[in-house]
Design a protein around this ligand. Structure first.
Ligand code: AOF
Ligand code: ZN
Length: 337
């Protein structure tokens, strides 16, 4: 029996999900480079705004492999990698196909245009998962087609590429709200640290690119959190404590973080002043925020032992993506309405 692995587009989508929640204000994007025999030779992802795009990371690795020369891997800045590839490619990419989850960008933003790079490298075929919803960067498909590159829109992948792009599509018009929680296999959410060190680093990296963290008053009182991004040496963001009571013990560490505004309110109105919002909540917050949450991120640690659980009834979720995270399972989900 012949076994097939995942398609190059699926590999690009799965790889991009590893950085979902970490690329604000940019989308999470993945790219596979496939050689003339149909073999995936490299995969690249966009990891953080300002850093190289997925195509550039994938082509950098492909160059190192095809040329058997790792010196390009020492470069980290997008402009430098673009220049290097353009000057040294010797037409090695001509017969390669790129599978990229998002239309290659036409513009020069924080980094130079991917479509122009692909054109310069003479790549003959690009398969695109989704058009770019950002008018400033869209137009890469036309640039490629006009240069004689065959562009295919991977229709069977559209739903999966669309799931991946949801935060970015939403940011074009309104804030995007993620509700995150960690639980054990038995559903418990109390009693100290639950998730793995890697999962906690992941959450700090999300805080680093969030502009507002929302948390319930009860959690503030019981956990006495700091809500900063120290595990990734990241920036601090504002905090909204959602509570009917306005008095809090100001020695709780979150009040003592420099450069942060802390609001205490019994309404979620303030959310509309922000763009990338992370709710770190328990069962009460879950109910209170159902109408404003775009996606749910749940970390499940393979252990048991607490006492408090979500006891909410009758909710169905759709899993957008699941992956492992330092021994935990991490699920991105949408509530079925
Ligand atoms: C791509 N590949 O991996 C990503 C793209 O400021 P810049 O230069 O980083 O450009 C950001 C815009 O580029 C972003 O708003 C989106 O339209 C597109 N993102 N495009 O070709 C990528 N992340
Ligand atoms: Zn680009």
């Amino acid at each position: 029996m012949l076994l097939h692995g995942p398609s190059p587009m699926q590999v690009a989508i799965d790889s991009a999900w590893e950085f979902q929640g970490l690329t604000f204000p940019n989308p999470a994007v993945g790219c596979s480079v496939v050689d003339v025999h149909g073999k995936i030779i490299s995969v690249g992802v966009h990891e953080k705004a300002g850093e190289p795009h997925a195509e550039v990371n994938a082509l950098q690795m492909a160059f190192a492999l095809l040329k058997d020369d790792s010196s390009i891997l020492l470069l980290s800045d997008s402009v430098t990698i673009h220049d290097y590839l353009i000057h040294k490619h010797d037409n090695i990419f001509t017969d390669c196909t790129l599978y990229v989850t998002l239309e290659p960008c036409a513009h020069h933003g924080k980094t130079p245009s991917c479509a122009l790079l692909i054109k310069e490298l003479g790549i003959k075929k690009v398969v695109v998962g989704h058009k770019d919803p950002n008018a400033d960067a869209a137009g890469g498909i036309s640039i490629l087609e006009e240069s004689g590159c065959e562009v295919e829109i991977a229709e069977e992948c559209e739903l999966r590429a669309n799931d991946l792009l949801k935060p970015f599509i939403t940011w074009q018009k309104k804030p995007y709200v993620t509700f995150k929680w960690a639980q054990r296999l038995d559903g418990t959410i109390d009693g100290g640290t639950i998730s793995s060190q890697l999962s906690r680093i992941n959450v700090h990296a999300m805080r680093d690119v969030s502009d507002l963290i929302v948390i319930g008053g009860e959690t503030v009182r019981s956990d006495r959190p700091t809500l900063d991004a120290r595990l990734v040496d990241g920036k601090v963001c504002d905090v909204l404590i959602y509570s009917r009571q306005t008095e809090f013990d100001k020695t709780i560490p979150l009040f003592d973080v420099e450069g942060r505004n802390v609001y205490i309110a019994s309404s979620l109105e303030r959310i509309k002043n922000y763009k990338n919002i992370l709710i770190e909540g328990g069962p009460a917050m879950f109910e209170a925020t159902k109408n404003i949450v775009d996606s749910y991120l749940c970390f499940v640690a393979p252990k048991s032992g607490g006492t408090i659980r979500f006891t909410n009834e009758k909710d169905d979720f759709r899993i957008l993506h699941s992956q492992t995270s330092g021994g935990d399972v991490m699920m991105w989900m949408e509530l079925q309405k």
